[in-house]
Design a protein around this ligand. Structure first.
Ligand SMILES: [Zn+2]
Ligand SMILES: [Zn+2]
Ligand SMILES: [Zn+2]
Length: 157
């Protein structure tokens, strides 16, 4: 399962911000390139952790990502970690599998939910359109599954 992630240069982010009538401040450019570099959904805390050199507090990051989400520049994802995660929206529509043990995240490329969406609309009494959906998968990754088996084996001896 691979996703083709676009490789936007800082110049592209400048254009992206202007396109959404946002000033291309160093902090905004830095956040966008951090999101691109990280390449998977990241929380505000982790983003803040990685941006220590840039004197931006968490409240500012929170506001910034709120604006980015509103504009459709980033996508907010609920990984059930108790706080929101964010990733660049420009990387194409995809879903995620999240390990319930260690939190590992893998992108799932492609999406076959269109028939389901049409079916949902057909049965809906109050909706005539669905604009977006967010579906995440939760499971156990291979290393955690192996560790689990090892633990089970050693505890049954
Ligand atoms: Zn895991
Ligand atoms: Zn993703
Ligand atoms: Zn989808």
């Amino acid at each position: 399962m691979t996703t083709t992630h676009s490789s936007s240069s800082p110049q592209d982010f400048r254009a992206l911000l202007h396109q959404h009538k946002l000033r291309a401040t160093p902090a905004r450019l830095r956040v966008l390139s951090m999101l691109q570099k990280h390449n998977k959904p990241i929380s505000i805390q982790d983003l803040h952790e990685q941006m220590r050199s840039l004197a931006v507090d968490q409240a500012t990051l929170y506001r910034m990502l709120g604006v980015f989400t509103q504009k459709g520049i980033v996508r907010q994802i609920d990984l059930r970690h108790g706080h929101a995660h964010y990733e660049l929206a420009g990387e194409g529509h995809h879903h995620h599998i999240i390990c319930e043990v260690c939190g590992r995240i893998e992108d799932v490329s492609g999406c076959d939910f269109e028939p389901f969406v049409q079916e949902a609309l057909r049965h809906s009494t109050h909706f005539s359109r669905i604009d977006q959906h967010s579906i995440e998968f939760f499971g156990v990754c291979v290393p955690c599954q192996k560790a689990r088996k090892r633990n089970q084996a050693s505890s049954s001896q």
